[in-house]
Design a protein around this ligand. Structure first.
Ligand code: LLP
Length: 422
């Protein structure tokens, strides 16, 4: 459920009519709803109530600091994957002891940053990384808390580009080698083992792959405890999918169902549970609003040419992802629909948001909204074709704030330097 609903025939963000924001900030723009973000965070938090747990919002999904501040105020921890995300989270007020650092390629500079600034745990993904972290910790005279990310070799049944838990993927260490790797960790005095970590992929629409992975993780926890390791924390990653297509009957599992499964499979271990959801918290809490520039009649197909493009929302071009696209003015019931190819102005055929999408009548100048664009939308945007990054707007009730403004062309152009010898 989200808070982008038609009222009196106009799409609103909570209590604010979206055309008013469009008139104020121009198009395209992203718009997020505080009530939806809050609700989604709480669904996870409540799903694990009664179990020692921390919901660590995956910053990569949407790293705007207003959103991080909101998450922090709600009591969330965060999962970061770069020094940049670490700095953002800390700047937004998230305490170091609530920051988990994941990622296969942490540099020693990034490790130093987090060890000096405060960190809950590093999710270590390889033996070379373990050695590097040990070195940095020893040089600073501190001990780095770690979980080793294991790769459980399960099929997440999701898009191949966002599956991470198969043995051929670059993530984690093979679960079969875990005992050996933990034994090595125990010999490194700059490290302290606190748990085990797993993350098998994103946009999962069934619980079975999670359950298969978590079952393996539980078995491993017992074995490692018997080996003498202090396994007190299990980080279960993110990945729970969201409904992107309102017209489809498919319904991904709810956080409460996910929480039940976690307790059933891992409850008796008495471990603290961490989860790292990103998409389910931010995805349906955001939309991208765009204006139709032209309606173009092609041969055998008609095009809606929008002012948003693949540089603003790359998911359709990159993963053939579906986003519902709806007019801001609600069509009357029974309005006939016709198919359109919905495209942006970028000079690539890949700049296509949807093919043969059934749409009510829409004309040049009309406003449309891409739904479910709050996660992996603004964060994956680029300035390709020298198109400025689009503004981000946050709504709470009738409050509206621009939480990132549109850069001017001067700002963009002045970022480059022409050497004087040229
Ligand atoms: N934890 C780790 C270690 C991750 O790698 C990810 C996502 C998450 C948590 C959060 O997963 P979520 O709950 O959001 O599914 N750009 C792609 C998604 C990439 C996800 C990468 N890792 C997309 O637009 O679909």
């Amino acid at each position: 459920m989200d808070h982008f609903l038609y009222r009196n025939g106009i799409l609103h963000a909570e209590d604010v009519p979206l055309p008013e924001i469009a008139a104020e900030v121009g198009t395209p723009f992203y718009c997020y709803s505080v009530a939806t973000l809050t609700r989604h965070f709480r669904l996870f938090d409540e799903a694990l109530a009664g179990t020692d747990h921390l919901v660590c919002y995956a910053v990569k999904a949407n790293s705007n600091q207003a959103i991080l501040k909101l998450m922090g105020d709600l009591g969330a921890g965060v999962d970061v994957v770069s020094g940049g995300e670490y700095r953002r989270a800390r700047a937004a007020g998230i305490p170091g002891e609530r920051v988990v650092f994941s990622g296969v390629g942490k540099t020693q500079d990034e490790m130093r940053l987090a060890l000096e600034g405060g960190i809950r745990q590093f999710n270590v993904e390889s033996e070379p990384e373990m050695a590097a972290l040990n070195e940095v910790a020893l040089s600073l005279g501190v001990v780095a808390p770690i979980a080793v990310r294991v790769n459980p070799d399960v099929d997440a049944q999701t898009h191949e580009k966002i599956a991470t838990g198969k043995s051929e993927n670059k993530f984690g260490i093979p679960i079969a080698r875990a005992r050996e790797v933990y034994a090595r960790a125990a010999t490194l005095t700059g490290l302290r083992v606190v748990g085990i970590d797993v993350h098998i992929g994103s946009q999962l629409t069934a619980l079975e792959p999670f359950e298969a992975a978590y079952t393996k993780l539980g078995e491993l926890a017992r074995v490692l405890r018997a080996d003498g390791h202090d396994i007190r924390r299990l980080d279960l990653g993110g990945g729970l999918g969201i409904p992107y297509d309102q017209r489809s009957n498919a319904r991904p599992p709810l956080p409460v169902e996910y929480g039940h499964m976690i307790r059933r499979v891992l409850g008796d271990l008495g471990c603290e549970i961490e989860i790292e959801p990103g998409r389910l918290i931010a995805g349906n809490a955001g939309i991208l609003v765009s204006r139709v520039i032209y309606v173009k009649e092609g041969e055998g197909r008609n095009f809606l040419i929008l002012d948003a493009a693949m540089n603003d929302l790359v998911r359709p071009a990159m993963y053939a992802a579906h986003h519902d696209i709806v007019p801001l003015v609600q069509p009357a019931p029974e309005t006939p629909e016709t198919p359109f190819d919905i495209v942006g102005p970028v000079c690539e055929t890949g700049d296509t948001f949807a093919k043969s999408r059934m749409m009510p009548p829409v004309g040049a100048g009309d406003l449309v909204a891409f739904r479910s664009a709050g996660a992996y939308g603004a964060v994956m945007a680029s300035e390709y074709n020298t198109r400025p990054l689009v503004p981000e707007v946050l709504v709470s009730g009738d409050h509206v704030a621009v939480i990132r403004g549109r850069p001017s062309f001067d700002e963009i152009i002045n970022r480059d330097t022409i050497p004087e010898w040229l």
